[in-house]
Design a protein around this ligand. Sequence first.
Ligand SMILES: [Zn+2]
Ligand SMILES: [Zn+2]
Ligand SMILES: [Zn+2]
Length: 361
Amino acid sequence: MSELRRDPLNDRWVIIAENRAERPNEFTRQANRESPAEPPTEQPPRDCVFCPGNEHQTPETLLVRRPVNWNGDSAAWRIRVIANRYPAVEPTAASTVRDSPLHWSASGFGVHEVIVDTAEHVTSITHSSEVEVAELFEVYRARMLAARSLPEIAAALVFKNVGPGGGASIAHAHSQLLATAIPPRDLAEEWRAAAAHFARHGDCIFCRLIEEATCTGVRLVAQTQSAVAFCPFAARFPYETWVLPKRHESHLEHASETALAAVAGLTRRIVAGLEQLLDRPAYNYLIHSGPLPGAVPGGKSAGGKSDGVEFDANATYSYHWHVEVFPRVTTLAGFELGTGCIINSVSPERAAEQVRRALEC
Ligand SMILES: [Zn+2]
Ligand SMILES: [Zn+2]
Ligand SMILES: [Zn+2]
């Protein structure tokens, strides 16, 4: 059973989950036979746990998308959602916060699911069609909605790790959803900053950023009728790119069909551009969405203490869901580890121009 622990010096929560160390690492086993975003291998490894036919090797199926004319074959599916075999948090744990004069901790309560993107043994979303990626994002939305139904859940993050450099331990394309009763700091800080902007200016800061990118073209990477991609002003990592629905929407689980398909399609295009520009790097993307019902402004209180994070618990007007894409071309070094201040060697203006050009190729 895992445990969440709060660092008394900086309000940061970490998850101590020793069971995660037991995960088999396919990349180590294969000695990096498959680089991050290699095209489909002709012969998928027989022991790939995410390939059709090996369903019995994974935990129970939570949701499955079948082909249109499904013939009842259990190995015929397009997308499968399963519980994580090595969960960082579990729904069976009690949701309790323990505090002592020095330390706060909480049981590892939450949800940790794996979404197998496709039945094909491929490694990147760019190997799936635009329609397939749109369906994948529909599944993300459905699982967020399911996480929302647990009243104590405060935050959920959908994310994807591709390649060993992106933290993946299995090559077959998959995504994850991790939901907790205590909102992770970086996400809660975005909620808080957006709520503070709303209190001061009466509008959504993300809508303002979209307007800036589309009207001035500064750091704009690409746009369609319903979605936009730009590099953020203070990008932490080279080529960090955000993809947002153009119309204001706060929560992924309530995303409109149009916005969801547009963001899915544009995210796929951005990854394709980055793979072209950076020779198929390892990458991550993640989806930031508004607070869930378990989120309490001021944080989870314990013994009258609070972690001090203030945000709008609904955030319907102040927050705006979005995808953040990170190609993994650098690693954090001493200064970053010592200060949390990240040195980015590629300006977001230059990055946007290069990705834009890669998309035109
Ligand atoms: Zn596979
Ligand atoms: Zn907005
Ligand atoms: Zn964000």
